[in-house]
Design a protein around this ligand. Sequence first.
Ligand code: KIV
Length: 265
Amino acid sequence: MKKWTVSHFRKMKEEGEKIVMLTTYDAPAAALAAAAGVELLLVGDSLAMTVLGHPNTLPLTLEESLCFAKAVRRGAPDAFVVADLPFLTFQISPEETVRNAGRFLQEALSDAVKLEGGAETAPLVARLVDSGIPVMAHAGLLPQRILTAGGYRVQGRSPEAAERLRADARALEEAGAFALVLECVPAELAADISRSLTIPTIGIGAGPGCDGQVQVWHDVLGLFQQFTPKHARRYAELGKLTEQALAAYVADVKHGTFPGPENSF
Ligand code: KIV
């Protein structure tokens, strides 16, 4: 993977080349994703759920997230890495936000941060960008506001909500975000917003009209077995395969067939 700057992704949009983003949370996963040609590695705060076992993304702390972002950078030294700003790292004050976001660039060597919110976060986005911190915005479904929203629902369905989302997208672009994640937005609306912006949109549950797509590692690899979200496609059944492999290991140890002579010194 080449080392890119934010302008590369705008150029991809101009040239009609779709952008591929995937969450990765550790060094081996980052290396595999980069080798497969994934262009943007997202250290998503979804790691609170997929890796740390929390019921939502809210409990993730800045220190925990930094630890995973550092691992991703070590696994993919040349990849473009975006780190999610966890809950409460950007809601307190602009000063604290710059300090927290800056830690991802300074300590984890991330290339950009992502933060959830609509037009109300535009001044914060501008402040970060003015400080030299590239920002990927994230509008539509905002998992960090799940307790006030009352559930994970498709956003922008009514004409008023669609208009609000269009205004969010415009404000975030004007504030200097280099890309915009659209989560759980009707496909037609997302396509329309994508056409109206010069920055690329990266969709998750937002249809094929976005300029790129983002998915969660565990969803595409079948590692989250309870259910597959509607927006995801499983490209492997690694959860089932892992369980089978581990059952074989257990059986070998129980039967005394592991370790064999080839494993012994
Ligand atoms: O944390 C995450 O995985 C995300 C994606 C859903 C875009 O923010």
